[in-house]
Ligand binder design. Structure first.
Ligand SMILES: Cc1cc2nc3c(=O)[nH]c(=O)nc-3n(C[C@H](O)[C@H](O)[C@H](O)COP(=O)(O)O)c2cc1C
Length: 325
């Protein structure tokens, strides 16, 4: 059985298929849908440790955890051990079951601040951040980095060792180098070598779109895997993969079911964040949800003109009733 319960630090998780953190996507509404869809662990968007230090209202909003979204890893980013440790304390106080350090973000602005994947170039600082956070929180601590910075360069094996020695309870590794951003091949060999180097669980990530790709990464030695973009627009991918890997036929998600789920998703976003935000967010993500659906392109085009929640819902209901626009 490659899909199985797993423990990170003292935290028991029902399975080893997780949601990967995604800025602008993995908010409360989406996390609730992914947990309903079978994810063993969900993740927040990355939250700036410095912004928490300066009491940014928006960043504190991002730390909010609802009772229905456990277990959750809250991800923080920054480059100062003390500021990161204080951010971790806030995350724990807000309900994080795990605190996760972002050492994988390839975005230039983040790199310029010495955070994200820049930590991979400074293992001493990375270790100091882990040590400082471990002293201040009781929940497990994880860190996410990449296999390397450029093609064929490997840093993750040594970084994983350092992270484990410093006290990390699990290590997530995105199998693409920083230079490839979010595209390109996954280096399963580097993931295998990383997982062999440490005793703590290694969570592989990158390019999982099906039971086959999840299986390949787990068979490469990863204890768990996390799914990013393939879950956007299909939060049921977790239970679909679990069913298939357990020898059951994958649950078919019909077009109507998907549109009904999108309708619920928009309503939940609006309830949680207000109508305007709910519709804006839906516009941003609707392409993912409607991809490949019969009449999906037309529905998406019309959706872009929906001015409020009512118009958006009416459009979706029309599709649900008629099966087409
Ligand atoms: C829109 C977007 C936002 C992301 N934001 C984050 C983030 O906040 N923290 C993080 O560690 N990774 C972030 N990632 C990277 C994902 O967690 C994941 O590592 C990456 O998408 C590869 O996985 P996938 O191939 O399954 O999508 C982001 C990716 C995307 C596409």
């Amino acid at each position: 059985m490659i899909i199985k319960p797993i423990k990170i630090g003292g935290l028991k998780l029902k399975n080893n298929l997780f949601l990967s953190p995604m800025a602008g996507i993995t908010n409360s509404a989406f996390r609730i849908f992914c947990l309903e869809g079978g994810a063993g662990l969900v993740a927040s968007e990355m939250v700036s440790a410095s912004s928490l230090k300066y009491a940014s209202k928006k960043s504190f909003e991002m730390l909010k955890v609802l009772p229905s979204e456990h277990p959750i890893a809250v991800q923080i980013f920054g480059s100062d051990p003390e500021i990161m440790a204080n951010a971790a304390v806030h995350a724990e106080a807000c309900g994080a079951d795990i605190v996760d350090i972002n050492a994988s973000c390839p975005v230039k602005k983040i790199l310029r601040s010495g955070s994200g994947s820049m930590l991979m170039k400074n293992p001493r600082l990375m270790a100091d951040i882990i040590t400082a956070i471990k002293k201040k929180i009781k929940v497990p601590l994880t860190i996410k980095f990449r296999v390397g910075f450029t093609d064929k360069e490997n840093l993750s094996v040594e970084l994983a060792h350092i992270a484990e020695e410093s006290g990390a309870d699990a290590i997530a590794v995105h199998g693409r180098p920083v230079s490839r951003m979010h595209n390109g091949e996954i280096d399963l060999e580097f993931l295998h070598k990383t997982a062999s180097r440490v005793k703590v669980p290694v969570i592989g990530n990158g390019g999982i779109v099906s039971a086959k790709t999840a299986k390949e990464m787990l068979e490469a030695g990863c204890d768990a895997v996390s799914i990013g973009r393939a879950a956007v627009g299909n939060p049921r991918i977790f239970s679909e993969i679990i069913a298939e890997l357990n020898g059951k036929a994958p649950e078919y998600t019909g077009d109507l079911d998907k549109v009904k789920m999108l309708n619920r998703f928009i309503i939940l976003n609006s309830e949680l964040y207000g109508e305007i935000y709910g519709v804006i967010r839906a516009r941003k993500l609707v392409g993912y949800w409607l991809k490949g659906l019969k009449g999906g392109a037309e529905l998406r085009k019309r959706f872009m003109f929906a001015k409020n929640l009512n118009e958006a819902k009416t459009l979706l209901l029309q599709y649900i009733e008629k099966g087409i626009l």
